[in-house]
Design a protein around this ligand. Structure first.
Ligand code: NAP
Length: 262
């Protein structure tokens, strides 16, 4: 077990399943004490915590809606009281609502912006306040999406929010660079999780449609995303304000010449 994050404390939002649960498990495996955040799926969050503890690391499940600043502040307070510092904040929680822009319910638009963009701002600034007060600063990793850099039908609020996350990341990186707080973003492509299954079935395309359009010819895994987050969170790089694309080559491929492969 690498101890890259030994003695450090990490919060991972939306860690009850999907990418977040893999990130929490990976940071714990590498020595961090981890706060496993969830909004409503308490049982799943607790089982992520139990698995981490069974492997000999430390974790606790904490409920907070990332769009509620008081709840996020209370979560950061819990982390610091329990473990002594906050060194890594992973703003991963996210959701989506699909619909044509001319029809999408304005309340659905507001909820996606609230969770996927304002939630990242709240998580970053509440964690940032704590990190700015610590001698060793800290690292913030915001989970955007390749949809933050290109348009995608039926997803106007999601694409707008994820684009916002990218430029918010750069702005916070610049504001805090000289105070020891690094801020970076990860832009995943298609990763097999609940959110992908949900959007695929409503948008009517299959796993094979995605594989054929992806240069690496497969989905990414939550564990691969966790490896990328760990790279951005580690404290021995000169990297801040960066967007790491982890999309199997999707955003580099202008022609999509693989599309007709079997
Ligand atoms: P997922 O499997 O649907 O999991 C979403 C997680 O976010 C759950 O733990 C959920 O917990 C939590 N969550 C949702 N709303 C929340 C809120 N208001 N407050 C706190 N937690 C909340 O999603 P995923 O695929 O792992 O996605 C994780 C992140 O990666 C998201 O930001 C997503 O946009 C991004 N991403 C995913 C993909 C992909 O292909 N999967 C691609 C690009 C980017 P509850 O169930 O308790 O609400």
């Amino acid at each position: 077990m690498s101890d890259r994050f030994a003695g450090q404390t990490a919060i991972v939002t939306g860690a009850s399943r999907g990418i977040g649960s893999s990130v929490a498990a990976k940071l714990a495996k590498k020595g961090a004490s981890v706060v496993v955040n969830y909004r409503s799926s308490e049982e799943m969050a607790q089982s992520v915590v139990d698995e981490i503890r069974d492997r000999g690391s430390e974790a606790v499940a904490v409920q907070a809606d990332v769009s509620n600043e008081d709840e996020v502040a209370a979560m950061v307070e819990t982390a610091v009281e329990r473990y002594g510092s906050l060194d890594v904040m992973v703003n991963n929680a996210g959701m989506t609502k699909l619909g044509p822009a001319e029809e999408i319910d304005i309340e659905d638009w507001r909820r996606v912006i609230d969770v996927d963009l304002t939630g990242v701002f709240i998580g970053s600034r509440v964690a940032g306040r704590q990190m700015l007060s610590q001698a060793d600063g800290g690292a913030i990793v915001n989970i955007s999406s390749m949809m933050g850099e290109m348009g995608y039908h039926m997803r106007s609020p999601y694409c707008a929010a994820k684009a916002g996350v990218i430029n918010l990341t750069r702005t916070l990186a610049v504001e805090w660079a000289n105070d020891g707080v690094r801020v970076n973003a990860l832009a995943p492509g298609f990763i097999k999780t609940d959110i992908t299954d949900q959007t695929q079935s409503s948008a009517g395309y299959t796993d094979d449609d995605i594989r054929r359009r992806t240069p690496m010819a497969r989905f990414g895994s939550a564990e691969e995303m966790a490896n990328c987050v760990c790279f951005l969170a580690r404290d021995d790089t000169y990297v801040t304000g960066e967007v790491l694309r982890a999309d199997g080559g999707w955003s580099s491929d202008a022609w999509r010449y693989h599309e007709n492969r079997a």
